[in-house]
Write a protein that binds this ligand. Structure first.
Ligand SMILES: Nc1nc2c(ncn2[C@@H]2O[C@H](COP(=O)(O)OP(=O)(O)OP(=O)(O)O)[C@@H](O)[C@H]2O)c(=O)[nH]1
Ligand SMILES: [Mg+2]
Length: 504
């Protein structure tokens, strides 16, 4: 009996050993290290649930990356001393013939460029050398780069971003590339108030076949102006934080809003560019974009565009409307679009185009008219004493300066930022043949009560005259007098209370 049992056990061990061996590849079929890679890919640990299965682990991050060549920009300074911080300070103290020269000298040491393979391959594909040309086409097919020989707009993606937002941005960028840019190869300009880290530049450059440029923001564009009383501004921030206003206590958020309102289009690297598409980290694009939105804008007389329109938090813009009306009165501004932003009693209805997505004309933002509106608002100090966002500022500027037909709603660009999603409805998806993958079970913000899209769709151009401005200001004064006569519960609440009152 014992001998039979031992025989059976021996057989079982033999069978299971051979089964295990069948699953393990033999040494000769295992991947071998090549000269380019110093490790076996199959040895790397699979992404863990803790990292969301998407982001590289800490250990993975610590391994040296293969370097992509980052170069200096042609025509810009190339020689710099060892200590760049000191160098920057010296540049800032020197006298410069123009602001542009000063900004170029200040930021040049921190500007890096990567030439995307798409541009290189397209050039090679047109080579008279047949072998080279065929090789380039094969490479393009392999890499999913679609050659584009049509005329492109003079345009760029513009991304204001922090180093720590790299991972969120790469997921957005890959969607944008797959949905649109692998066919068009528009370049990217990345802007930061601090120098970009090597990791950021390498990882981003590796995520696209287009050209990318990384640059610093000139200090003039990201600092407290002289006319702001720092202590008063700090008190205002503390008060807003105490009132639980989102980003109410943040100074950097205010710099960001002011920069996006009045400076990014003056960046020396955008000087000769006509169109921009603003992209933020962590956003999603759900439909293929099978045409060029920049060219659409240019060919159809559009200057500004949006995908989501919603109501602003009133606590962030208590006096923006009042200053806008005063500006209109002072400069005698009339408009056919302003009524879209006006409530029943001549107040601001808080509607604005959400500026985390924007495709618009840089030349429009650079007009003296836009510039003078921004400067008026800047002098009114609301970017620091309140928390004016660039979205209501751009929107009201459009209301003042543009016609309705110059503003475009990109219904076919499905998009998510934070909790808000826009997707084209089923009818347009079928009619326009859109290739979308909108998430199931997510509400379309278009149908939300805070969406200003229905009002946009039904808005008919309607003249807003100087008399309308005067009347709105008169009503505002009346409301203020009535408000002042009310017993305010706490002083800090006055503005908010007044606003709520004004909205009735
Ligand atoms: N370089 C830099 N970029 C910033 C800073 N603050 C914000 N940004 C960028 O400016 C854009 C807007 O900032 P967000 O923090 O996304 O502001 P938001 O969209 O109003 O708020 P969220 O709902 O949190 O997205 C994003 O692209 C940010 O990466 C900053 O201090 N420095
Ligand atoms: Mg954002």
């Amino acid at each position: 009996m014992l001998a039979i049992a031992l025989f059976y056990m021996f057989c079982i061990v033999l069978i299971s050993k051979s089964a295990i061996q069948q699953r393990i590849p033999s040494k000769t079929t295992m991947p071998q290290p090549t000269q380019e890679s110093d490790d076996f890919a199959w040895k790397r640990p699979a992404p863990t649930a803790a990292s969301g299965g998407l982001n590289p682990s800490e250990k993975d991050r610590q391994r040296p990356l293969p370097k992509l060549p980052l170069t200096r920009l042609p025509g810009w300074p190339t020689e710099f001393p060892e200590n760049l911080t000191e160098h920057r300070e010296q540049v800032l103290q020197r006298h410069w013939p123009t602001l542009h020269d000063k900004h170029v000298a200040e930021i040049a040491p921190f500007v890096w460029h990567h030439r995307g393979i798409a541009e290189e391959l397209q050039e090679k594909a047109q080579s008279p050398d047949r072998e080279e040309s065929e090789w380039a086409y094969r490479e393009m097919a392999r890499l999913g780069v679609v050659p584009y020989y049509g005329e492109r707009a003079n345009a760029s993606f513009v991304v204001l971003i922090r180093n720590r937002e790299l991972d969120e941005f790469r997921t957005s960028m890959r969607q944008l590339e797959d949905r649109f840019n692998r066919k068009y190869h528009y370049p990217y300009l990345f802007l930061n108030d601090e120098p970009f880290s090597d990791e950021f530049m390498q990882m981003v450059a590796a995520s696209t076949t287009s050209n990318v440029t990384f640059a610093l923001i000139p200090r003039d564009h990201w600092s407290l102006p002289d006319f702001i009383d720092e202590q008063r501004a700090e008190r205002a921030r503390k008060q807003m934080a105490a009132n639980n206003v989102i980003y109410g206590g943040s100074l950097s958020y205010r710099h960001m809003c002011r920069f996006n309102s009045g400076f990014f289009y003056k960046h020396p690297l955008l000087r000769n560019v006509d169109w921009y598409w603003r992209v933020e980290p962590g956003v999603d694009f759900y439909c293929d974009i099978d045409y060029d939105p920049f060219k659409y804008m240019a060919e159809n007389g559009k200057l500004y565009s949006f995908v989501i329109a919603l109501k602003e938090l009133e606590a962030t813009v208590p006096t923006l409307w009042e200053h806008t009306l005063k500006y209109m009165k002072e400069r005698n501004v009339t408009s056919e679009l302003l009524q879209y932003f006006v409530g029943r009693t001549g107040n601001y209805n808080l509607c604005h185009f959400w500026s985390n997505f924007e495709i618009a004309s840089l030349n429009w933002l650079r007009t003296p008219e836009y510039q003078s509106y921004f400067e008026y608002l800047d002098q009114a100090q609301g970017f620091f004493m309140e928390r004016w966002g660039d979205a209501p500022v751009h929107s009201l500027a459009a209301g003042l300066l543009l016609r309705r037909d110059q503003v475009h709603f990109f219904d076919d660009i499905a998009y998510r930022h934070a909790e808000i999603t826009h997707c084209p409805d089923t009818t347009s998806s079928v009619e326009l043949g859109l290739k979308c993958q909108c998430p199931l079970g997510v509400d379309n913000f278009d149908n939300h009560s805070d969406s200003c899209l229905p009002a946009w769709k039904s808005y008919e151009p309607n003249t807003w005259s100087l008399k309308d401005t005067e009347e709105a200001l008169r009503l505002m004064r009346l409301r203020k007098i009535r408000f002042m006569n009310q017993e305010p519960r706490i002083v800090a609440d006055r503005r908010r209370w007044y606003d709520v009152f004004a909205g009735i």
